[in-house]
Design a protein around this ligand. Structure first.
Ligand code: HSE
Length: 436
């Protein structure tokens, strides 16, 4: 029976999951492939820690060259993460004629063009299903099943760590840092957890999805990115009172030839399916001109679900090898020569509804000052809560607006924050009521 050999770079949480798939589902893989899939080498700087899987000693190496330059290896699985040495290793694997499977969204968001161009020149495949949405088959859905659609929008809850934290803060009123520690223990968080909580990981992922959905190049640094570290229990409580949940939402929209590309905490109506995506689950909601709206939902992080996506790619490549074909489907869903450079809509120009929270002195005329400033900036109030002050401290004034222009809201908040009665900086959370 034909053998197809894979080499793994990075024996961390997901790498361990990949080893488990090779071992537990070995027969299934063979039945579905018609060939034997072998994990030939695993390279990691640490090969002594017990990962709970048993391996023949000759499989493990601390030398990446034993994977990258090994003529027997057909497919390199890159699970190191981060920019370097992952970039150098992936380019070397491609140069050596190997197909690559990676879960590295940071690498793709920043160096995707270079890597995919090198792969095209060599005629090898680079696949990255695990880079976005953990186990959810979103990349292959965009490339294959949904490729007859013009997409209008793509929305995602794309970071398991943030969603887990926000869900537990919402359900239990749990403390941010304690919940972050739990997410880290469960293996959801990035090596640097600020990538999760400050929205960087989500921005990496939406950069990939926007590129694939709209056939454009989005520079990661052009994506407006705000994380969840400033979300307080108070905002979560008020959101609930108004009928919303707070989610870290990635938003991609195509509007008059311009692209909206942003990541920020967003209030989503409680009766929308995205509001029910809790814990480490992720979801992607797409609207296509023929498809209409569709939502893909599944585990967005964690050893098993992510390993499932990695292995789906390994199997796809193995099937291509058996069939003697490669690079059948463009990696970014569009042929490289058809990819455009669409303009990103400046953040100041976006139109949204807003949740605004002010902490002010409790005295006559405060509300009139605030509403006067909002009115002068063409911002119309939809509803308002001002709970009675309990003991001392600022009194919260919460305002939900009708649709307004971001630049106007920013200008109004600057004026309000400068008022003598403003005791703390105002808070702004965007609301997404029209999931187009
Ligand atoms: N740190 C990521 C998350 C892992 O929390 O979703 C999956 O990319």
């Amino acid at each position: 029976m034909k053998e197809i050999k894979a080499g793994l770079l990075g024996f961390g949480t997901i790498g361990t999951g990949v080893v488990k798939v090779f071992q537990n589902n070995c027969q299934l893989l063979e039945e579905r492939l018609g060939a034997r899939l072998v994990l030939h080498r695993i390279a990691d700087l640490d090969i002594s820690t017990d990962r709970g899987v048993s391996l023949a000693p000759e499989v493990l190496t601390t030398d990446a060259a034993e994977v990258l330059d090994n003529p027997e290896i057909d497919v390199v699985i890159e699970l190191i993460g981060g920019y370097e040495p992952a970039r150098t290793f992936v380019l070397r694997a491609i140069e050596n004629g190997k197909h690559v499977v990676t879960a590295n969204k940071a690498l793709l968001a920043l160096h995707g063009d270079e890597i995919l161009a090198a792969a095209a020149a060599k005629g090898v495949d680079v696949m990255f299903e695990a880079a976005v949405g953990g186990g959810i088959p979103i990349i292959s859905s965009i490339k294959e099943n949904l490729c007859a659609n013009n997409f209008r929008s793509v929305f995602g809850i794309l970071n398991g760590t943030c969603n887990y934290i926000l869900s537990r803060m919402t359900k239990e009123g749990a403390d941010f840092s304690a919940v972050l520690k739990d997410a880290q223990d469960k293996g959801y968080a990035e090596a640097d957890p600020t990538f999760d909580i400050e929205g960087v990981d989500t921005a990496h992922k939406i950069a990939i999805l926007i590129g694939m959905c709209f056939g454009t190049r989005v520079k990661f640094e052009d994506i407006y990115t705000e994380g969840i570290s400033a979300i307080s229990a108070l905002d979560i409580q008020f959101a609930k009172q108004f009928g919303y949940k707070i989610k870290l939402l990635a938003i991609g929209k195509k509007d008059n030839g311009q692209i909206e590309a942003r990541v920020h905490p967003t209030m989503v109506p409680l009766n929308y399916p995205l509001a029910d995506v809790d814990g480490a689950f992720n979801a992607v909601r797409l609207v296509g001109d023929f498809l209409g709206p569709a939502m893909l939902y599944g585990q967005g992080a964690g050893m098993e679900a992510t390993a499932s996506a990695v292995m789906g790619d390994v199997m796809a490549i193995a099937r291509n090898i058996i069939a003697g074909i490669g690079s059948r489907t463009p990696a970014m869903a569009y042929r490289p020569e058809a990819i455009q450079q669409l303009a990103i809509k400046p953040m100041d120009e976006i139109i949204s509804q807003y949740y605004l929270r002010f902490g002010t002195e409790d005295r006559p005329g405060v509300l009139a000052q605030i509403s006067g400033i909002l009115g002068r900036h063409d911002i119309s109030i939809a509803s308002m809560i001002q709970p009675e002050r309990k003991e001392g401290g600022p009194v919260p004034i919460v305002i939900m607006t009708h649709e307004a222009k971001e630049a106007n809201v920013r200008a109004a908040l600057t004026e309000i924050d400068a008022l003598e009665v403003a005791l703390e900086p105002s808070r702004l959370i965007r609301i997404e009521n029209e999931l187009e």
